[in-house]
Design a binder for this molecule. Sequence first.
Ligand code: RIB
Ligand code: CA
Length: 325
Amino acid sequence: MSDKRKVIIDCDTGVDDALALLLCLKNLDVVGITTVGGNVRLENTQRNTRYVTEVAGRIDVPVYAGYARPLLVPLQDASYVHGVNGLGSVQVPEPSKPLEKQHAVDFLIETFMAREDVSLITLGPLTNIAHALLKEPRLAQRIPEILTMGGSTTWGNATPAAEFNIFVDPEAAKLVFESGIPIRMVGLNLTRQQRASQEVLDQIQAMDSPAARLAAQLFLRQDGKVGQNNFCDACAVMWWIDPGVITKSAMMHVVVETQGEYTRGMTLCDGRGFQANRREVDMEHEKLYEPLPKGLEPNVEVALELDQARFSQVLLDTMRRYSEG
Ligand code: RIB
Ligand code: CA
């Protein structure tokens, strides 16, 4: 009987999703993985996901395909970042592991309506989750918690205001953030604190396993140098793998902008009630020092500070365990 946290992971497997999946498949009890169009097209995100489960030696974990495009707008992918196939310089062979026939949304509904011991991690646009909530509204009372990589308390990457996962499908994100489901948000304000390093890569390259070899490839840019990859999704899943990696968080009121001419896809995080202890760091949130105006109660726990050394330690320990079999 595994004492690991049981999760479903919804992802748009690109480079950082792949590293996050390697971390989760060794450290959490992954009940299933659902895929969505995002970094690249759905046909690649689901294929990449099946490939990563094979590399991790976890072909027992079912992989489902969900929606190829957002609720209302065409997909704007990030192939300019993740490469056409989504895994950068990694050549992805056709996995022998088959895709499940059931639609991802039906798997999400079936699982959460039947079980209360499974939580949800999202690493891509929230399209599948929104469709599941629309198809079965009772899910809002059934999903215990969502850990999501998305948004930012500061600035974006897709635009100055919007982080990619939210920007791709703001309507879906708004629906999920307003669902009432407890949400932990790991945004760019947190993930930009994480930097891939040559030192960590050197240690991974010294390991001997398919997982370590894939992880090493994910560190490398097309020119063979260590990229400035924040590995956003890997930062997010660390919160449930080793909570000590996230050294500061705060409950904040967060809304998703869908109408703004310049701010569509922004997660507007209300920091007005916070006071920074270190005056020189105004964006640091210590604690809510006065209640917010009515109707703006905190609805999201927002990650604020990362322990980079501990992140690297968990990553290296996990890769070592892949190499030990
Ligand atoms: O903004 C970073 C997020 O968008 C990550 O999840 C990355 O994989 C992309 O989906
Ligand atoms: Ca992702």
